[in-house]
Design a protein around this ligand. Sequence first.
Ligand SMILES: Cc1cc2nc3c(=O)[nH]c(=O)nc-3n(C[C@H](O)[C@H](O)[C@H](O)COP(=O)(O)OP(=O)(O)OC[C@H]3O[C@@H](n4cnc5c(N)ncnc54)[C@H](O)[C@@H]3O)c2cc1C
Length: 451
Amino acid sequence: MAQSSVPLKIPATDRKRVIVIGGGFGGLNLIRKLRHRNFQVVLFDKHNYHTFQPLLYQVATAGLHPDAIGGPLRYIFHSYDDFHFRMLKVTSIDPDKKMVTTTAGDLGYDYLVIAGGARSNFFGNKDIETYSFPIKSIPDALNLRSQLLENLEQANMTQNAAERKRLLTIVLVGGGPTGVETAGALAELRKYVLPKDYPHLDLSEMKIYVADGLKRLLPQMSEKASAKAQKDLEKLGVIIRLESMVEKYDGKTLTFKTGEKIDTYTVIWSAGVTSEVFPGLKPESLEKGRILIDEQCRVLNAKDMFAIGDIALMKTQDYPKGHPGLAQVAIQMGKYVGKNLSALDAGESVKPFKYLDKGSLATIGRGKAVADLPGHLFFGGRPAWWIWLFVHINYLISFRNKLLVLANWVWNYFTFDKGNRLIIRPFVRKDEPQTKAPVVQNVPEEAEIVH
Ligand SMILES: Cc1cc2nc3c(=O)[nH]c(=O)nc-3n(C[C@H](O)[C@H](O)[C@H](O)COP(=O)(O)OP(=O)(O)OC[C@H]3O[C@@H](n4cnc5c(N)ncnc54)[C@H](O)[C@@H]3O)c2cc1C
């Protein structure tokens, strides 16, 4: 990606300028708190929308359409005074010159807040990165949806039994909430929706696996939650492979370290994340791919710079290895910095950040979920499912999103259908010479960016 040395044009102001990198959970909540404060706020994001990532898997499995979980950033902040959004990619940061370099130009700051989130971690395995499907962004989710539906179309046509089996096999690598929720949604698609769409396809041949290197699913939740999630998934016909580390994947066959091989065109990768660390930051400000911050969210060894959310690493007594990669952490850090920036600017001291753990949730399907709530409270089944529904609707970004998601869910619930089943990428049969566009595997990062 070319580096720019052209100044980026932003209207002049006599206010101090805060640049925010990332309009995710952290950036959004920070900017809301900065409203009516005496700062100019400039938001950079490579997308022109906020993504509600916890529901991406529902876009990938045809339960929701993408607009239901995205909010245009210009719309969200259109009534804010001295707020400026620029859609671009940040390529580096110069902490000494207090300058951010982007694909569209350079801009200086008085304060910088880095809220760039995380990206999928392929642990350096290039083949897995090329051939597997992450669910980290809306383009990822739509690409995966097309892949799943396209494979069904091809399975319905092929005369070759081995090819049909490979087309109908899906492996989710990573038994965290994304793997569990996606597997549950796929199993329900197979049970309720696909028999109507493909009456002549033998769907007992469609296999859905969840594989993880650890001993249990949902390792960040209680053992009760793990056991219940596993039981619910197995009831839906999902095959669980625990203590199974992936060794390689060539786009056709997934190989585990145990030697087991699974023939599949679809490996969904949710086995870990790492963060988007920007070139230019000093090595003393970084640890294990995250940005080290103090208890006021200030980046260590950098002046007037903050980091929040998934990208930030704050070591506290309660969280010696940093906070978990959860939306609530990003939301609370964003609100904290937004609320305290004026005081910090005036040189006043502020109370350290304290994360309030509101619990963890994961849903498996209709009326099936697990919830660990504060005070060691555990709920499973329908009560947990209602909590899950309420929490997700509540945290969606706008009234429009809440309405769209609710309408889709009510429709899906009563019709046992999932209506968003369009294949929206060029369709090329895998057994034909590829004279048109190649079948898209992983969407390249550049495909998401408009310069
Ligand atoms: C599939 C999935 C399911 C999840 N489910 C849950 C859940 O159920 N519960 C939960 O609490 N958490 C969940 N999470 C985690 C949660 O979404 C994250 O913890 C949260 O989004 C972190 O917020 P953030 O502000 O740090 O980053 P993000 O929300 O990721 O936002 C980062 C923003 O930075 C932008 N950006 C990144 N790099 C650049 C760049 N170079 N230039 C310009 N812009 C850039 C991105 O476009 C993005 O808008 C899930 C995550 C995923 C992927």
